[in-house]
Ligand binder design. Structure first.
Ligand code: NAI
Length: 716
């Protein structure tokens, strides 16, 4: 069976239905390329009998895009072959585009990446008016570029300026948005309507040419040499660099392909695009991002870390204890996914305040036209705010998010557990207290688990699931189901103080603060964080977390360690934190004063006294930026390897995804373990040893890393 069905009707309209055998979605792989070549040859032979062509799909989606399995394997040695292959396929699409007959894309479902590029190569695009359909060119989010003509056709269709955000940010649009953006031509109410409209277009346009193939074509919005456009393009690369910090080659190459391509004819533009595409596809950043954001994330979403043999559960009623910042967010995310929520606090007033948080978020959605008033009321109707434990009766799951206090947590556990359904689960959202310790208050510790959400809960996609010593596999599997039910990404870790994410996060902020202790200028420290690819610098984030919370966590960890007979090794950051809080009253952003000043009006700025107190001007002048950047990425990667070594982390997938979605570890790296793999385990260990000699033992390669260096085996 061919991947493209060829049906020439008695009305001389040819319908090409893409239906790749053995795949749930159509992708641009070898089978597709071969089918396309055969189809185009046949079209050429039949051309006299064809009035027009409709391209559609037999799958639920229109076309999923490039085949990432293939792309992920391309190496530098294959680059020439890869370019030829891409150009070959584009030549087939171009042959259809220039055959003289009208070609219409009847888009029955989501068309992303290569799929949308097929549609762009048609003369007319009609899309089913269904809000679940997504259209766009998201290749950039995997470190790639739209290599199927997207960087050439889109600017020629809507102009460079309008095309940039779609190409360089990978924005996906719903059908109505795509129509407004001018990247599709018509909406259809039903499949029949879509096909009728396609036929009508063919009837009305017996001969068809793309605008860019017509004589005298002018790029909408102006060609690159047009004075107004030239002025904008002169600063565009600098503006882009400000966003990417030079960590992401894909948006830079996309801009280059689009602008350079717009200065030549379409076919030469297409060749320019292929060159940049090949460069990105064989490059390390695309390998990092595709590996983690596609393959590893898919593994996790497919239940890679979920114990097998436990029936999938759908949760119906969830209790949330504590309607503060976290509890309110958990209630919102849970109710938004169709689950009943009982939100309990010490007073009805507190509980209502927590519910109001949902009301505000939902009202914002309604005002932006992203939700109907009725849907808002439905979600709100699912949240019962209460001060009574009795209302928890019949919950399948209760999540506690009360103050970070072991005794209080023990009390609410004992109070709420009896209200759970038989075999119900009790979860704690603690950020630091070991789950095994909290489970001591539970009558059924096998049903006790950690569900560590991140703030703000409605935006943060990750939930770190923490398995206590006694937590059963069944409880883990069911907790995993809950996290997926509310549309979040579950990573699974074993119990330890700080679990995985908080532990690694701690090394990041402490490293930044210890640079200050050495005399490095604070602005160099935060800038080094950004240049390494972290979303914010270590001093900025310390202020947000609050220096007092950091003190509190440290003293608790120290107490526990010493109680267990260990000896505390002070970190060079500790003295600075203590001086900031105790001597200067600078507790962080919420207190209005930390490493930064927060004026009531205007932007925050670094507290000027830092310079007098800490900066060593001689050192600050000679500091190596590469060292600062490496320290920030290395210290987190080393702590992550320690977590693997100690069995806190169970898989490399969880490590990579958890580090990016939980801590913001530089996404270009593909995560904290992929950073080591792509650096080369041996080279990483050597550099870590150098850093240890210069900055402290904490950089010494852990034993597990040394094991890998011997065999030069990447972590997998
Ligand atoms: P919060 O102070 O905003 O809220 C705590 C709420 O618990 C308050 O509304 C309080 O009235 C309520 N509460 C106290 N005793 C209660 C009882 N007996 N029954 C019901 N409610 C009671 O605190 P937040 O920030 O929401 O933190 C809650 C938990 O989540 C803590 O364990 C914290 O460590 C953890 N966490 C916090 C994160 C954050 O970014 N703030 C991130 C991840 C976890």
């Amino acid at each position: 069976m061919s991947a493209i069905r060829y049906e020439l009707g008695s009305d001389q309209i040819l319908t090409l239905t893409i239906d790749m055998p053995g795949q749930s979605a159509n992708t641009m792989n070898k089978a597709f390329r071969e089918a396309l070549e055969k189809t185009v040859t046949k079209v050429k032979g039949d051309l006299e009998n064809i009035r027009g062509i409709i391209v559609t799909s037999a799958k639920k989606t229109f076309f999923a895009g490039g085949d990432l399995n293939e792309l992920h394997k391309v190496t530098r040695d294959d680059a020439g072959f890869f370019e030829d292959m891409v150009n070959g396929m584009k030549a087939q699409m171009r042959a259809l585009e220039t055959c003289g007959k009208p070609v219409v894309a009847a888009i029955n479902g989501t068309a992303l990446g290569g799929g949308f590029e097929i549609a762009l190569a048609c003369h007319h695009r009609i899309v089913l008016d269904n809000n679940s359909i997504q259209l766009g060119l998201p290749e950039v989010t995997l470190g790639l570029l739209p290599g199927g003509g997207g960087t050439q056709r889109l600017p020629r269709m809507i102009g460079l300026e309008a095309a940039f955000p779609l190409l360089m940010e990978g924005k996906k649009l719903r059908p109505s948005g795509a129509l407004k953006a001018g990247i599709i031509d018509e909406l259809a109410d039903s499949s029949e309507d879509m096909m009728a409209k396609a036929r009508a277009f063919i009837d009305a346009n017996p001969r068809c040419q793309q605008p860019w193939d017509k004589k005298g074509f002018k790029l909408p919005g102006g060609a690159p040499h047009h004075p107004a456009m030239a002025q904008k393009l002169a600063i565009a690369p600098a503006m882009l660099k400000q966003k990417t910090k030079g960590c992401y080659p894909a948006p830079e190459r996309i801009m280059a392909a689009a602008v350079e391509g717009a200065q030549v004819d379409f076919d030469n533009g297409s060749l320019i695009e292929t060159r940049y595409f090949a460069e990105l596809a064989i490059g390390q950043v695309a390998k990092n991002m595709t590996g983690t954001f596609w393959f590893q994330l898919n593994d996790i979403n497919a239940g890679g870390s979920r114990p097998e043999g436990v029936e999938r559960e759908t949760f119906k009623k969830v209790g949330v204890l504590g309607a503060g910042m976290m509890g309110a967010g958990i209630a919102y995310s849970t109710a938004s996914s169709g689950v009943e929520v009982v939100l309990k606090d010490v007073s009805l007033e507190n509980a209502e305040k927590g519910k109001n948080y949902s009301e505000n978020l939902l009202a914002k959605k309604v005002s932006r036209g992203r939700m109907t008033e009725q849907k808002k009321m439905e979600v709100l109707g699912r949240i019962t705010a209460t001060d009574s434990v009795a209302d928890l009766e019949g919950c399948d799951l209760v999540i506690e998010a009360v103050f970070e206090d072991s005794e209080l947590k023990a009390r609410v556990t004992a109070e709420a557990e009896p209200k759970l359904v038989n075999n119900g689960i009790f979860a704690s959202n603690t950020s630091t207290i070991p789950i095994t310790q909290l489970a001591e208050a539970s009558a059924t510790p096998e049903n006790f688990i950690g569900l560590h959400f991140f703030s703000p809960v409605d935006k943060m996609m990750l939930v770190e699931i923490i398995v206590g010593e006694k937590t059963s596999d069944e409880t883990l599997a069911r907790a995993f189901d809950y996290v997926q039910q509310i549309g979040k990404i579950p990573v699974v870790v074993n119990d330890s103080r700080g679990f995985f994410t908080s532990r690694v996060f701690g090394t990041f902020v402490n490293e930044g603060i210890s640079m200050l202790a050495e005399g490095v200028h604070p602005s160099s420290i935060d800038n080094a964080g950004l240049l390494a690819g972290m979303p914010v610098g270590p001093l900025t984030i310390s202020d947000e977390v609050s220096l007092t919370l950091m003190q509190h966590i440290r003293s608790q960890s120290r107490k526990d360690l010493e109680a267990a007979g260990g000896t505390w090794q002070p970190h060079p950051a500790e003295a600075i934190i203590d001086q900031m809080v105790n001597d200067h009253g600078r507790k962080g952003k919420a207190a209005g004063a930390g490493f930064y000043e927060y004026p009531a009006k205007g932007k925050k700025y670094l507290w000027p006294e830092l310079e007098t107190l800490y900066v060593d001007s001689e050192k600050a002048r000679h500091v190596k930026l590469q060292d600062l950047k490496d320290r920030i990425l290395f210290i987190q990667a080393i702590e992550t390897i320690r977590c693997l070594e100690e069995g806190v982390l169970r898989t490399v997938e969880d490590a990579n995804i958890g580090s990016i979605f939980g801590i913001g570890y530089a996404p270009w790296t593909g995560g904290a373990v992929q950073f080591v793999n792509q650096y080369g385990v041996k080279a990483f260990a050597e550099r870590a040893t150098e850093l240890a000699a210069a900055y402290g033992e904490r950089f010494s390669p852990p034993a597990l890393l040394l094991e890998h260096t011997e065999t030069e085996k990447p972590f997998s």
